[in-house]
Design a protein around this ligand. Structure first.
Ligand code: GUN
Length: 285
């Protein structure tokens, strides 16, 4: 029986910590505002944005909600980012992804002031991550590191396997575990499928971030391993599930995150703590 890593409870703690700091900063005249920019009418994105705005309210973070039409031009979006960069009430800027196809995502991300980049997607923040320098880190892997720390799971000297190499999860996750002295393997869609199970079996810490429902089976898991499930998928019956087949994995794992209630809530909570960090960075704290 694995320890269930309770992301929901830890997320509440992270939000409380953020709320305390927001109040302290406000007392010193420092505003912790978050601007959230949503372009177009993608329903999933709209839902994510709504929950982010709700989290802000809970933490005492003032939110600035920008809903732009799907026909927004590159120039209009860049002008908005510039305006938000210059606004001292706005500590953090989040442009919800994916952007409509006609917009240049890389140019938009690069236009955000790196000290306001609460997603940690800016090339400067990615560079800081590569070089082990302090900076804003992507929320999902940052939340996973918090969970490991909370449960006393020290990556140092452990074998960590990350399944998935996205810029927002897999790649930064591998770098953050590397910075904490784990030995890293990154598997991805071009990894030999016959090798995948064996690679996963070498993991003391296994992070599944491939976006394939229930792909990681219990037989792929080293007994006692820590299993982190980043997936937010639907199974054949349309029920929410992760990238890990929880039913077969849980009896083998030493600790495991559930879906829902694991990585998801922590990702959202880390956004709040990144807004606080961003406000501090901009004020030399
Ligand atoms: N779309 C899906 N996940 C994310 C995220 O973490 N940040 C942003 N900005 N957009 C997303």
């Amino acid at each position: 029986m694995a320890t269930i890593i309770d992301g929901k409870t830890l997320a509440a703690k992270v939000r409380e910590r953020a709320a305390v700091e927001v109040a302290q900063l406000a007392g010193r005249g420092i505003a912790c505002g978050l601007a959230v920019v949503l372009v177009g009418d993608d329903q999933a994105s709209a839902t994510y944005v709504r929950s982010k705005l709700r989290d802000c309210e809970q933490c005492g973070i003032r939110s600035y909600d920008y809903k732009l039409s799907a026909e927004t031009t590159q120039e209009e979006l860049m002008a908005l980012v510039e305006r938000l960069n210059a606004d001292s009430e706005v500590a953090g800027i989040l442009v919800q992804m994916p952007l409509p196809a006609h917009l240049d995502t890389e140019a938009v991300v690069a236009a955000i002031d790196p000290d306001k980049d609460v997603d940690g997607f800016h090339p400067m923040n990615m560079g800081r991550l590569v070089r082990d320098l302090p900076g804003l880190r992507p929320c999902t892997p940052a939340g996973i590191m918090e969970m490991l720390d909370e449960y006393g799971i020290d990556p140092a000297g452990k074998n960590a396997v990350i399944v998935g190499r996205s810029s927002i999860v897999g790649k930064p996750m591998s770098l953050m575990l590397l910075a904490r002295h784990a030995t890293i393997s990154v598997a991805h869609s071009r990894t030999d499928p016959h090798e995948l199970a064996r690679i996963c079996q070498s993991a003391d810490i296994l992070v599944a971030a491939c976006g394939v429902p229930k792909m990681v089976k219990g037989t792929w898991i080293k007994p006692g391993a820590t299993v982190i499930d980043v997936g937010m998928d639907r199974d054949d019956a349309g029920k929410l599930c992760g990238d890990v087949d929880f039913a077969s994995a849980e009896p083998v794992a030493g600790a495991i995150t559930p879906v829902p209630g694991g990585v998801g809530p922590m990702t959202r909570a880390m956004l709040m703590s990144n807004v606080v960090l961003a406000a501090k960075l901009q004020n030399g704290l």
